[in-house]
Design a protein around this ligand. Structure first.
Ligand SMILES: [Zn+2]
Length: 190
């Protein structure tokens, strides 16, 4: 009997470590893939604020198809599908098409609408506002201030201090975790 228990334990352990390895190799693969994607994108920069003006053809070549669909064709990802919808890491959200800083994690809130939501952009110039009367609705479209990628919409039912809700497609967001020192600084501030 004891022997069986040990055997079961062993099998379970082996299975668990195997699982851990698979998920690790999966994340490794993902990182490499997105890194390749970014080196192929000549306009992607987190520091260069020069406006980006590429043709649709050029965008199509450098963006992954899901990002292209949202950014250039004003697509909308299905609600509740973004990994950023319920995501509470401290850091900065950048435009996935060009690297422009868009939002800080401390302005992110749980709106329950199914898309990542923020109440304030990182700076005034980081976003462009355009009236959008499509689909029989009067909405305000928000676009990246650097490359004009479609990000989502802004609504006036957000929390204080702005009362705004920036409802953003997670596909068009790139997240970078805050460095330890920055995190500590923010904690002190808060
Ligand atoms: Zn952009």
């Amino acid at each position: 009997m004891k022997c069986v228990v040990f055997l079961l334990l062993f099998v379970q352990l082996a299975w668990v470590s195997c699982q851990a390895q698979t998920s690790q190799s999966k994340t490794e693969k993902k990182t490499t893939m997105s890194e390749t994607k970014k080196t192929e994108n000549p306009v992607y920069s987190k520091t260069d604020s020069t406006k980006v003006n590429l043709s649709e053809e050029e965008w199509k070549k450098i963006l992954p198809s899901d990002v292209y669909n949202i950014a250039r064709q004003k697509g909308t990802e299905r609600p509740w599908t973004s990994k950023f919808e319920k995501f509470e890491e401290v850091g900065t959200y950048y435009c996935a098409a060009c690297g422009n800083p868009l939002f800080k994690s401390d302005t992110k809130f749980d709106s329950g609408c199914g898309w990542p939501s923020f109440y304030e952009p990182i700076s005034k110039g980081s976003i462009i506002y355009t009236p959008d009367n499509s689909h029989g609705m009067q909405r305000t479209e928000v676009q990246c201030g650097r490359c004009k990628a479609h990000l989502g919409h802004v609504f006036e039912d957000g929390p204080p201090p702005t009362g705004l809700r920036y409802c953003i497609n997670g596909v068009i967001l790139d997240f970078e975790k805050a460095k330890e020192t920055e995190k500590k600084f923010n904690e002190k501030k808060g």
